[in-house]
Design a protein around this ligand. Structure first.
Ligand code: MSP
Length: 649
């Protein structure tokens, strides 16, 4: 199946920001998703380079319009690889091919009698590059640009848009998916309940020369919206190219609510006048605000894609915007929100699940995906996991198809939670201790590998680089390159004996330090040393710093004195994996009294060697000053029954 997906073509009067990045990431994630479904995808973005706004911006910059648009178009083009966005076409409205197509269409519609010459008076908003109706104004001003539109009386050419009003209403009503989400469909229908005016599609060259000349009157250039919308056709070679035949019937446009009217009203009526079928679907999203305020240059809060990626990493940025915004509604961006999602969803939930599972396969199955034990029956846990995985893939597919990205990701993260629980309940480290449980151990490890492979497939469109890393670590890099989503619906797709590759941490924790910065290879960055600095500053630490310390409930299963040390005990604890911790409590506890005790540990401390023994963590204890100037240590424990390995927060 072909798929044609587009973003708006962006005005080159401003540099790319979070808003442009979001729409383009959405279109990229969707095109990767469709490719994963086996579709032949054409993904197009581009720049809108004509019109008054651009001519003015060029003059302000002291450049010719041509030099100016060339410069800014490059800034857009260079942004996409930073965001792992891979369009097939990047169109510019100053391309010769596009200009020829616009002129041919104007001539055709003119010849059919749908363009006429007349005088018009109206209220023009330069920011919107269109005439506004009285009804659209708020306190006499354009609600988007907060300026009073200028009254203009001019002789111009008009497109007979009103002639297609009834047809458009019928089309929208007959095709519930034509404009989604529904609130925007309703908005358009409500607008169409009033008579539609014809569309002014020219500007006299006395006022503006930076535009495409009308083919039938040299004294005029084309109105920028009539020019811009046609990019969706010229980019695929309308009218003669086989690409047009192939892709146009599947066209899907992604836009924000600011340009709903041109896309939902001008564009379908223009297509109708040309005798071209309307696009298939229009997906309309809301606006990103920053810290709950409108993003604007004058407020100085414009978020730039390059800075975002440098601070948080490209996959975190992609995940964040897709997970955080409910498609269709406005959303607020903040650095804290990105950090919180990075540390909780990515570093903790996904990252830990992945590294912990692979470590166990390395340790208990010599780094190869084991053969599932087919001799014994599946447990209820296994069945629950299998059906949750299939349900997740189906829900993911539905949600991605409907542009409900946050829901698709919610479904994936529910299964990540389930997998983390599956590990705790099946405790592979326990199974590994008993020879007669090796069959069960193999099955559990096999299920983990299979589940992680399915995760890799569904995460590909959202976080391409992470999914690639995951595939390589699972020994499935080759398969990943040609995988399809249907693979994730089958069971047993990761072959037994597959040799795992190596994996570093997928998402090193990030901490906030004025500017957030990566803490590579040192997940426990916010431990004593770093905190001390922060405490000295203000006496307080941020929640993220606290969250970076992974506290867990651990059960002591063995304890012994460390030879030649008065102070140290060697403890074996389960949290829930087994680990050794060397604790300086020998003067306060005898080894026997500790067995079975549930203590609190810092689980993500960098390993260290004490008296030649590697210690993986730290046991927490209260330190009391005694009357004789000494110290008494009392181990911290939990007040009631709780599963070992539980996180303390
Ligand atoms: N050139 C026209 C579009 C012509 S399409 C045939 C235009 N350009 S624009 O540069 O102003 O881009 C508008 C689009 O940028 C929005 O529809 C949306 O896709 C994106 N965004 C710009 N600011 C945004 C936010 N603050 N939030 C989310 N997206 C926003 O209009």
């Amino acid at each position: 199946m072909p798929t044609y997906i587009t973003t708006p073509i962006y005005y080159v009067n401003a540099l790319p920001h979070l808003g442009h990045a979001y729409t383009t990431i959405v279109a990229d994630a969707y095109s990767r998703f469709r490719r994963l479904c086996g579709d032949d995808v054409r993904f197009q973005t581009g720049t809108d380079e004509h019109g008054e706004k651009i001519a003015e911006a060029a003059a302000k910059a002291g450049e010719s319009p041509r030099d100016y648009v060339d410069r800014i178009a490059v800034a857009f083009r260079e942004t996409w690889p930073l965001l792992a966005v891979e369009p097939d076409t990047i169109i510019r409205t100053t391309d010769g091919e596009h200009i020829r197509t616009v002129q041919a269409i104007l001539q055709q519609v003119y010849d059919r009698g749908d363009i006429y010459f007349s005088e018009y008076s109206g209220l023009y908003c330069k920011g919107c590059e269109r005439f506004l109706t009285e009804k659209e104004l708020v306190d006499g001003k354009c609600p988007d640009h907060l300026v009073e539109p200028k009254p203009i009386t001019e002789q111009n050419y008009f497109f007979r848009m009103s002639a297609y009003q009834e047809w458009l209403i019928d089309h929208i009503k007959a095709n519930p998916d034509f404009i989604t989400p529904e609130r925007y469909r309703n908005e358009v229908l409500s607008f169409l309940s009033e008579p539609l005016e014809d569309l002014c599609i020219s500007r006299p060259t006395s006022r503006l020369t930076w535009g495409i000349p009308l083919p039938f009157d040299e004294g005029f250039v084309t109105y920028v919206w009539f020019d811009a919308l046609i990019n969706y056709l010229s980019g695929i070679g309308y009218p003669d190219s086989p690409d047009f035949e192939k892709y146009w019937p599947t066209a899907e446009h992604v836009i924000a609510k600011d340009i709903l009217k041109p896309h939902a009203i001008y564009w379908p009526t223009m297509l109708r006048a040309m005798g071209v079928a309307p696009y298939e679907r229009l997906h309309v999203h809301g606006y990103w605000n920053v810290d709950a305020t409108k993003m604007s240059k004058s407020l100085g809060n414009v978020v730039r894609p390059r800075e975002l990626v440098e601070t948080y990493g490209v996959d975190t940025v992609r995940y964040f915007v897709l997970r955080e915004m409910s498609f269709g509604l406005d959303s607020s961006f903040s650095g804290e929100a990105v950090l919180a999602r990075h540390n909780a969803d990515l570093a903790n939930d996904l990252g830990n699940l992945f590294s912990r599972s692979l470590t166990m396969i390395a340790k208990y199955a010599a780094g190869r995906v084991p053969e599932r034990d087919s001799g014994s029956a599946l447990t209820p846990d296994d069945r629950e996991l299998m059906s949750a995985l299939s349900a997740m893939v189906i829900q993911y597919r539905e949600c991605m198809d409907e542009f409900r990205f946050h829901k698709a990701l919610q479904a994936v993260w529910e299964v990540i939670g389930l997998l983390n629980r599956y590990i705790v309940t099946n405790a592979p480290w326990e199974l590994a201790k008993h020879a007669r449980q090796t069959d069960r151990l193999r099955t559990v490890l096999y299920f983990l590998a299979e589940a992680l492979w399915k995760m890799t497939l569904v995460l590909g469109p959202i976080m391409p680089a992470t999914a690639e890393k995951m595939a390589a670590a699972l020994g499935m890099a080759d398969r990943f390159a040609h995988a399809v989503l249907d693979d994730a619906l089958e069971w047993g797709t990761i072959p037994a004996e597959t040799a795992l590759g190596t994996v570093g941490p997928l998402f090193p924790r990030l901490e906030k330090k004025g500017e957030a910065k990566a803490a590579p290879a040192e997940p426990a960055k916010a431990n004593a040393n770093t905190n001390r600095g922060a405490v000295a500053d203000e006496g307080l630490i941020g929640f993220d710093q606290f969250k970076a310390v992974e506290l867990r409930v651990a059960e002591v299963v063995a304890a012994e004195r460390v030879a030649k040390s008065e102070r140290l005990l060697k403890l074996t604890v389960r949290a829930p994996e087994e680990r050794t911790i060397v604790a300086g409590i020998a003067q306060h506890y005898t080894p026997e009294t500790l067995i079975g005790l549930k203590v609190l540990i810092v689980a993500n401390l960098k390993p260290t060697k004490l008296m030649g023994i590697a210690s993986h963590g730290m046991v927490l204890a209260a330190k009391e000053q005694t009357a004789d100037g000494g110290e008494r240590l009392v181990l911290a424990t939990v007040a009631g029954p709780v599963a070992i390995g539980s996180r303390v927060a």
